[in-house]
Design a protein around this ligand. Structure first.
Ligand code: ZN
Length: 152
C-alpha cells in the first residue's frame, strides 16, 4: 500500500522541522548558562587601604594607623572643633591617621600635623588636647594588648 506509506511518512517530515526547532532554543539556554559561568570581573588589585600618618608623614596600611576625627561640640557652636582619636573607626567626619606610637604623636604635636591634615588652623590647645587623648589611647592599649590589633 503505497498510499499508506506516503501518509505515514508525512508526519515524519512534518515533525522533522519541529525537532530541528528544539536546537534553536538551545542557544538561548546556552546564553544564560554562559552568563552564569562567565567570570565575574574581579578587581585584580586588591590592596589594603593606605593612609598617610600625620605624625611621621609615612604611608602605611590603614589598619596600622589610629584615626583622628574632628568633632564640633554642639554646645559650643563658636568654639573650635575638638580632635579625638576614633578607636572604633566609626565616627563620622573628616579623619586623619596616625601611627599609634609616641614618636608620631610627638611629631604631630611639634609640627601641628592636624592643621595640615584638616586644612584649617588648629589652636595649640586643641592640638595638645588631641595629643593627650591619643596618648591616653596608647596607654590603654599598652595595658591591654588584646585591644590593640594590628599594632606592630
Ligand atoms: Zn607615623
Amino acid at each position: 500500500m503505497p498510499e499508506h506509506t506516503g501518509r505515514s511518512r508525512a508526519p515524519w517530515i512534518c515533525s522533522g522541522p519541529g525537532i530541528k526547532r528544539t536546537p534553536y532554543r538551545a542557544p538561548t539556554e546556552h546564553k544564560e548558562g554562559r552568563a552564569v559561568t562567565q567570570p565575574v570581573p574581579s578587581e585584580p588589585s586588591v590592596r589594603p587601604p593606605i593612609r598617610t600618618c600625620v605624625g611621621c608623614r609615612t604611608r602605611d596600611e590603614r589598619r596600622n594607623l589610629l584615626r583622628i576625627v574632628s568633632v564640633q561640640p554642639a554646645s559650643d557652636e563658636a568654639g573650635t572643633p575638638r580632635y579625638l582619636p576614633d578607636t572604633a573607626g566609626t565616627m563620622p567626619g573628616r579623619g586623619a591617621w596616625i601611627h599609634p606610637s609616641e614618636a608620631c604623636v610627638a611629631a604631630l604635636e611639634k609640627k601641628n600635623g592636624l592643621a595640615r591634615a584638616f586644612k584649617r588652623a588648629v589652636p595649640a590647645a586643641a592640638l595638645k588636647a588631641c595629643c593627650e587623648q591619643i596618648r591616653a589611647v596608647l596607654t590603654a592599649r599598652e595595658s591591654s594588648p588584646e585591644a590593640a590589633p594590628g599594632t606592630v
